[in-house]
Design a protein around this ligand. Sequence first.
Ligand code: NAD
Length: 326
Amino acid sequence: MTLKKVLVCGAGGFIGGHLVKKLKKEGAWVRGVDIKEHEFSASEADEFIVGDLTDQEVVREVLDQKFDEIYQLAADMGGAGYIFTGENDANVMHNSATINLNVLHQACKQGVGKIFYSSSACIYPAYNQADPDNPKCAEDSAYPAEPDSDYGWEKLFSERLYLAFGRNHGLSVRIARFHNIFGPEGTWTGGKEKAPAAICRKVAEAPDGTAIEVWGDGKQTRSFLYIDECLEGVARLMASDFTGPVNIGSEEMVTLNQLASIVISLSGKNIGIQNILVPHTGVRGRNSDNKLIQSKLGWAPSQPLAKGLTKTYEWIRQQVYCSVPQ
Ligand code: NAD
């Protein structure tokens, strides 16, 4: 029996690392590529290539054959502290767009069974996300476009790029818009971490009787999806004949202060919340709208937020403990 051959771009990252593990469990032959090794565990890929996908030569080497599946997850990205300050916009747009241009061009040359692209909830227009209690993130609300970050604009451009390659060159494309994916083995410190990881770290580090800082007034809303359900959604999309773009996210919307309260209660500590004003916290409200995924794939994420947070907090608590000189 020939094994399914899969290429994972961004295999050294959070979602890519988990995806490689899942694909290996399912019996695929996997080649991973990333500009860096995975930070938290040795890659289980059959081959792992450290290379820069903005370099066409590297992409030619990595994509030297027809793969059954390609997952393009590599991107220059981070949480609000990286995406919204404006300081990284040129790198984010240039690096991520170049990766997508290179990978698509080479995939087209070699041929590919199916190619998956990870877009983001950040493509949705800012004007639909001003009310924290009623954000609109249905897939067909993406236009007229007005993403609130250049990260979002690049994602929207690249969605169109993948769709165009599908239309003009016959590539079988699948596109998902991820909404705040979280879980163990993701960035939890250093400036690129996202809200769930940052809050778990702050709670793990805080002594009893103190308070953790939460950015903004804490009333901004979001939803967060645990990594296992994200990968389940990706697998179902890949197995379907639906191109997307489709939201892969949770509909359990919480305020940032509610998110912090859940983590604090999981920790069993007596910790308060101090909201601090920072210039960039993103849109006021965002939530996944799962009508389309439900109707096209007959499935939508359903796991309660607290369940995934329990596993994530425990993993980050251990990282914090191990990083403190004993
Ligand atoms: P991540 O930062 O952990 O993974 C991205 C990986 O891409 C990193 O390992 C990074 O080293 C790699 N990369 C960056 N530039 C590269 C280059 N030039 N060559 C090779 N590799 C390069 O992020 P993640 O959370 O795993 O996200 C994976 C994908 O999903 C990204 O495209 C991201 O934009 C998208 N996404 C993620 C979320 C989320 O909440 N995590 C939400 C929406 C969209």
